[in-house]
Design a protein around this ligand. Structure first.
Ligand code: ZN
Length: 289
């Protein structure tokens, strides 16, 4: 997690009023004539500055999310037995993604929840999923960006999931909400312990907003574990999921072990994230697999 506002990405501001105010003259007609080019420039500038200027050069909005090159589905180990689950839709989740997460058909989700096929879901919407036989996390991998680092964070909160962090980051002014690429849940707020959630940024393969230092928002995949590891330690299932996620990403993107690091290890990042109690030995081990 970013602890300093300077690490976040603030929205661009338009500031042209000082320029117009600098014109001074006594004759109203002369004032108008002198103001005309200034106002014209100001309007042009204003039009430019108020257009959606991307905060990062690499940011490009596409018509739709890119298609993943590979989809990996993995069961969360501790869940066994059929039951009904009330799933809170995370940011960017679709009916087909949720169906994969619980091993049920998209049709059964639509039928149970009165949805049309491929209907867009809202973040925070509750879906009833019946006959769940396993809880899984789903990883989409893309060939479209050459990610070269993996940066680990904690959320510095006791509880949370992708939805609550999305709102928290929007409130802090982070560009486009949830700043990480992946969130690993800790079993709070109804999410399974160790469940990996993909963020909308990852699904669109956009730049991150998790580590400004050393251009890691452009180069590094941001993974956040829910929890405050200045006071607690990650859960066993979170660490298992983290090791697995690092393994998958590192081999898929050919990321060397030395490029897997905690936020505080990034040159220029002045933070103790992912927390004083985060097991760095475990991270070094996970990065070697
Ligand atoms: Zn951090």
């Amino acid at each position: 997690m970013d602890h300093k506002r300077g690490e976040g990405v603030m929205l661009p501001r338009c500031c042209i009023s000082g320029y117009v105010g600098a014109v001074a003259a006594s004759d109203p007609l002369r004032v108008l004539l002198r103001l005309c080019p200034v106002l014209l420039c100001a309007l042009l500038l204003s039009g430019c500055l108020q257009s959606p200027v991307p905060p990062y050069p690499a940011y490009r909005r596409t018509a739709g999310p890119p298609k993943p090159s590979e989809v990996i589905v993995r069961r969360v180990a501790y869940f066994d037995g059929a039951r009904t689950i009330h799933h809170e839709v995370g940011p960017g989740e679709t009916i087909s993604l949720v169906a994969r997460m619980y091993g049920v058909s998209p049709e059964s989700i639509c039928r149970e929840n009165g949805l049309r096929p491929n209907e867009a879901l809202r973040s925070g919407q509750i879906l009833t999923i019946r006959d769940v036989r396993s809880v899984r996390y789903v990883l989409y991998l893309y060939r479209t960006r050459p990610w070269s680092y993996i940066i680990i964070h904690h959320t510095a909160t006791y509880d949370g999931d992708a939805t609550t962090i999305q709102w928290a980051h929007l409130a802090r002014g982070f560009w486009n909400g949830l700043g990480y690429d992946f969130v690993i849940d800790n079993g709070t707020l109804g999410k399974g312990d160790g469940v990996i959630e993909m963020s909308p940024r990852w699904l669109r393969q956009e730049d991150g907003a998790h580590c400004k230092a050393d251009d890691m928002n452009q180069r590094g995949i941001g993974i956040a574990l829910v929890g405050n590891f200045d006071r607690d330690r990650p859960t066993r299932y979170q660490l298992e999921s983290l090791a697995y996620l690092i393994f998958i990403l590192r081999h898929y993107y050919h990321i060397p072990p030395s490029h897997v690091m905690g936020h505080g290890q990034v040159p220029g990042a002045r933070t103790d994230c992912p927390g004083k109690l985060f097991p760095m030995n475990f991270l070094r081990w996970a990065a070697q697999r």
